[in-house]
Structures are given as structure tokens and as C-alpha cells.
Design a protein around this ligand. Structure first.
Ligand SMILES: Nc1ncnc2c1ncn2[C@@H]1O[C@H](COP(=O)(O)OP(=O)(O)OP(=O)(O)O)[C@@H](O)[C@H]1O
Length: 560
């Protein structure tokens, strides 16, 4: 057993050894095999290594090439941009366009579009690249310049803005300063004018209380022409006349009544003169002017808006009614018409004419002249209407045109002191003169020519009388016509006279307007020194005609 066992063990050992040997052999084979493989691998690797060097050279070459291409592409882009800039500069230079024009011309697409460039050599490209730098510089400079230009533009705009603001402020300041200064000057000027007017009024009183006013009639109907007359805005005592050939002249009288004045406003202006007849003054108010200048409108006026005649009588009546005391007042009204040097009584129509007589005392009287006593406002209106009606009848009888006669409303105010029985008489003559148009203008012949001559003569004589009175002449030519003869008592002595010269603003009436202005200037002349010296200090020399109640002068009997 043991042997068998031994044998078995030997056998196992041998098998084991055999297996071991086999394994070792196999391993050696494997190692050999592996070594062969390794050597093969090494060979392969060696071979590979060589080819790798070649490959890396190639890769390197590729990389260099791509870098070159990249650079070339950059350069290409730059060149294209430089080209675009160059093209732009060329265009700017040749077309002389504004930046805005240029910018608007070049669309953003145009600016960035890469235009196909011809194939060029590297040297050329390099050269272009160099040029491109210059262009780049130029472009930068151009941009800087543009920025500067924009900045300057902005600056100029800002400066302009600031300048206009400054100018506006300065203008405002100057305007306000000038306005202030101007206002002060105007105020001073007006104060001086007022002073001048007051002095003038004093002078007028020294020279016999004769005043000349202008009343400018408004334009009638839908007349649109520029008025030939305008009142000076700085001095309402001056009127400018512009002729149809553009010649301008200025005229001055004591007062110019603005066109827009109402009948009441005009009456308010002259009412102090009117009421002075209650205190014994003789007052004459004349309406002078050519046909259609507004004389009758001023004196008579429409029934809805009466003129001076009715307002004056009304005021006199109201004033004497209001006055209490020891004095009885009587108001008598006469109305006469002087046509062709003949006097007619308008309150008692008759075919016979009235005559002016002169008494031994030098006073004038008119025998047969109606003197209507008015003791109520109704009586005033009734009397004036009667006279107006008779005037219209007379107009159809003798003179077709009412303006061819002088119409006088004479109001006599007799103030009688109840205690002393002494009476004072004041007279108010409201005269609507005949039209002053010149004979040459009327183309008159025959009867009309005689009328025109008579009118012209009487108006001219009236002018002479007023002028003589104003100049304090020793001789006053009252006797040269019926009008001045009739008014002699009223114009002489302590009297107040107002001549309202009526002017038309119509260019068609220029000749007549100038003639009326000449008349106004003639009677408005003032001889200051001589007059003042001759007259001395003005005294309220009695115009009070003191006479007993029984005196049978032309004055009506005082009311008892
Ligand atoms: N201040 C005025 N406002 C409105 N209308 C006026 C004014 N003055 C005159 N008129 C109008 O002008 C026209 C002529 O006026 P008016 O008859 O008074 O002139 P006149 O000088 O008296 O003329 P004549 O000498 O022919 O009588 C009238 O129709 C009158 O109503």
C-alpha cells in the first residue's frame, strides 16, 4: 500500500512536475512570443515614430497656413474697409456733400458689404495693408473731425440759443425802460399841452373871448376810404390833413372835437359859454362849413338826438328856473333867416323883409321881429319846431337849398332885479351859416351865382369882423353885410364867440376842407402882445345893459 501509495505520490509528483515543466515551457513560449511581439511593436513604433514626425510637420504646416489665411482674411477685411473709406473720401471730395447727405447716401448695408476684391499678390496686399493703416488713421481723423464739427455745431446752436435768450431779455429790458421813459415823456408832454391850453384860454380871454373849434364829421354810410383828416394822437389840438396826392399838413385850433363825440358831449363842452348869457354876456356860436359838413346836424340835429339849439334853450330854461333870489328871468326867442342879404322872420312868416335900424345910441334894433317868450320846455320845443317848419317853406319858395341861407336862433335872457327894477340883458345867437362852398366850385349862374356871391361876401365879412375883434382893431367892419350888422351888438363889447368850423373827412371834399381850414386860421390869428397891451388887464367890463323896465329896445319886456 505504502508502495502503491508511494508510487501514486510519485506519479502525482511526476505529473505535477510534468505539468509544471509544460507550463514553464508554455510560459517561455509566451514570453518569447511576447518578446517577438514587443520587438515587432518596437519596430512598428519606430516606423510609426518616423511617420509621426512627418505628420506633425504637416500639421504644423497646416496650422501655419491657417494662421496665414486667418491673417490674410483679416487683412482682406481691413482692406475692404479701407477701400470703403477711400471711396467715401473720394465721394466727399468730389461731390462736396454734407455729412448728412453722405450718411444718408450710404446705407448700412453698403458700408459693411464685402465687395469682391480682385486677387492680388501678397506684396500688394501688404502695401494695401500699410495704406489701410493710413486710411484707418485718416478715417479716425475724419471721425474726430466730424465729432469736433458736431461739437462745434452743438456749441454754435447753444450759443445761438443763449444769444437769443439774452437778446430777448435785453429787448424786454430796453422796451420796459423805453416804455417807462416814453410814458414819462408822454405824461410831461401832455401836462405841457394842458398848461399850453390853459395859457391859450387865458390869452383868448385877453383877446376878446373868440374861440375856434373844429368838428370833424364822421364818414357817412358805408364809406371805406381812408379819412383825409386825423387827429394827432399826441396833441388833440392838432389835426392832420392828408391830400389825395399824399401831402400832409397839420392845423391847430383852440379845440378839435373828435369825430366820435356825441351831441351831448359837444354840448357839455360849450355849455359854460352858453350859460354865461344868463350873466349878461353876449354869446355867438357859429356853425361854419361847406354843404354836407354837418352844420345843421350840430345846430339843429335830428329830433331824436337834438343839437345845440334845443339843448341850449333847455339848459337856459332849467338854469333860470333853478335860480332863486331877487331876480326874475325872461327868455325870448327869435328866429331869422338871411338869404341874399334879406332878413326874414321865421317865427312869423311874411313876404316882407325885416330891416335893421340903428338908434341914436348906436344900438341896433329890428322892428317887427317876433320875440317869442318861452316859459316852459314845451314852449321851447314848439317855438323851434315852428321856425324849422317856416324855414322849410321858405326854402321851397325862394332858395331850393336850405344851406344857401344863414339861420339864426336868437335867445335873449333878461334878468330883472325885483328890488332895484334894473334889468341886464344877455344874448345868445346860434347861427347855422350858409354853405361855404366857393362860387367856382358850384358852377352857378344867374340866381344861384348871386346867391353864392352873397354867401361868400357875408362869410368873408364875418371872417373880417371876427379877425378885427380878435386883433382888437379900432375899426370893426360890422356894416358890410346883413349878417354882421345883425350880430353887431352881440359881437361887440363883452362877448364870447365860438366858431365851430365843420370839416368833412371825405377826400372828395378836400378843396372845401382846405378852404374852411384857411378861414379858421384867418380868424384864429392872435396878436398876443399888442392885444394884451391895448386891452390891459381883462376886466369884466359891464356888458350889463342897465335900463329901466319901460325901455322899449328890441329886447322884449321883462317878465313881471
Ligand atoms: N356828427 C354827425 N354824425 C352823424 N351824421 C352826421 C353828422 N354830421 C352830419 N351828419 C350827416 O351828414 C349829412 C349832412 O349834414 P348836414 O345837413 O348837417 O350838413 P350841412 O353842413 O348843414 O349841409 P347844408 O349846408 O347843405 O345844410 C346829414 O345826413 C347828417 O345827418
Amino acid at each position: 500500500m505504502e508502495t502503491v501509495n508511494m508510487k501514486l505520490q510519485m506519479r502525482i509528483l511526476e505529473t505535477h512536475l510534468e505539468t509544471k515543466d509544460r507550463l514553464i515551457r508554455n510560459l517561455e513560449e509566451i514570453i518569447d512570443e511576447q518578446e517577438t511581439r514587443i520587438s515587432n511593436m518596437e519596430e512598428f513604433i519606430q516606423g510609426r515614430r518616423d511617420s509621426y514626425v512627418g505628420q506633425s510637420t504637416i500639421l504644423k504646416g497646416i496650422s501655419v497656413l491657417s494662421w496665414d489665411f486667418g491673417q490674410l482674411s483679416d487683412e482682406n477685411l481691413k482692406l475692404k474697409q479701407a477701400l470703403a473709406v477711400a471711396q467715401r473720401q473720394i465721394r466727399m471730395g468730389t461731390l462736396v456733400e454734407t455729412d448728412e447727405d453722405y450718411e444718408s447716401d450710404l446705407t448700412s448695408e453698403d458700408r459693411f458689404r464685402v465687395s469682391p476684391t480682385p486677387q492680388k499678390s501678397y506684396e500688394e496686399k501688404a502695401k494695401q495693408l500699410v495704406d489701410g493703416h493710413n486710411l484707418k488713421k485718416l478715417k479716425r481723423m475724419a471721425e474726430e473731425l466730424k465729432n469736433e464739427k458736431d461739437e462745434l455745431k452743438r456749441l454754435a446752436f447753444d450759443t445761438k440759443e443763449a444769444f437769443s435768450v439774452c437778446m430777448a431779455e435785453v429787448k424786454l429790458m430796453l422796451e420796459s425802460k423805453t416804455m417807462d421813459f416814453f410814458q414819462v415823456l408822454i405824461a410831461r408832454y401832455k401836462a405841457e399841452m394842458e398848461k399850453r391850453r390853459q395859457l391859450h384860454n387865458q390869452l383868448v380871454e385877453l383877446n376878446g373871448n373868440i374861440r375856434v373849434f373844429y368838428r370833424i364829421r364822421p364818414q357817412l354810410g358805408d364809406c371805406k376810404e381812408t379819412p383825409a383828416l386825423s387827429i394827432d394822437s399826441m396833441d388833440h389840438g392838432i389835426v392832420h390833413l392828408t391830400t389825395n396826392i399824399g401831402k400832409k399838413s397839420s392845423h391847430s385850433v383852440d379845440r378839435i372835437i373828435p369825430t366820435h363825440f356825441t351831441q351831448q358831449q359837444i354840448f357839455d363842452e360849450i355849455s359854460p359859454i352858453i350859460t354865461s348869457c344868463i350873466d349878461g354876456y353876449n354869446v355867438c356860436i357859429f356853425a361854419y362849413g361847406h354843404t354836407g359838413s354837418g352844420k345843421t346836424y350840430t345846430m339843429e340835429g335830428p329830433s331824436t338826438d337834438p343839437g345845440i339849439n334845443q339843448r341850449a334853450l333847455q339848459q337856459l330854461f332849467e338854469t333860470v328856473t333853478d335860480r332863486d333870489g331877487d331876480i326874475d328871468y325872461t327868455i325870448n326867442v327869435s328866429m331869422i333867416e338871411i338869404y341874399n342879404e334879406k332878413l326874414k322872420d321865421l317865427l312869423t312868416p311874411s313876404t316882407s323883409t325885416l330891416c335893421i335900424r340903428q338908434g341914436e345910441d348906436g344900438r341896433t334894433s329890428i322892428p317887427g321881429l317876433t320875440e317869442q317868450n318861452v316859459d316852459s320846455l314845451n314852449a321851447v320845443t314848439e317855438t323851434l319846431n315852428r321856425g324849422k317848419k317856416n324855414k322849410a317853406i321858405a326854402a321851397t319858395d325862394a332858395n331850393k337849398e336850405s344851406s344857401r341861407s344863414h339861420v339864426i336862433v336868437r335867445v335873449t335872457v333878461i334878468a330883472t332885479n325885483r328890488i332895484t327894477n334894473r334889468a341886464t340883458v344877455g344874448r345868445l345867437n346860434l347861427v347855422d351859416l350858409a354853405g361855404s362852398e366857393r362860387v367856382s366850385q358850384t358852377n352857378a349862374t344867374g340866381q344861384l351865382l348871386n346867391e353864392a356871391k352873397a354867401i361868400n361876401k357875408s362869410l368873408s365879412e364875418l371872417g373880417n369882423v371876427v379877425l378885427a375883434l380878435r386883433q382888437n382893431n379900432k375899426h370893426v367892419p360890422f356894416r358890410n353885410c346883413q349878417l354882421t350888422r345883425f350880430l353887431e351888438d352881440s359881437l361887440n363889447g363883452e362877448s364870447k364867440t365860438l366858431v365851430m368850423v365843420h370839416l368833412s373827412p371825405d377826400t372828395s371834399a378836400l378843396t372845401e376842407t382846405i378852404s374852411s381850414m384857411n378861414f379858421a386860421e384867418k380868424i384864429g390869428q392872435v396878436q398876443t402882445k399888442t392885444a394884451a397891451l391895448q386891452r390891459g388887464t381883462p376886466q369884466r367890463r359891464s356888458s350889463l345893459v342897465q335900463k329901466p323896465k319901460s325901455d322899449s329896445n328890441s329886447v322884449g319886456s321883462p317878465k313881471k
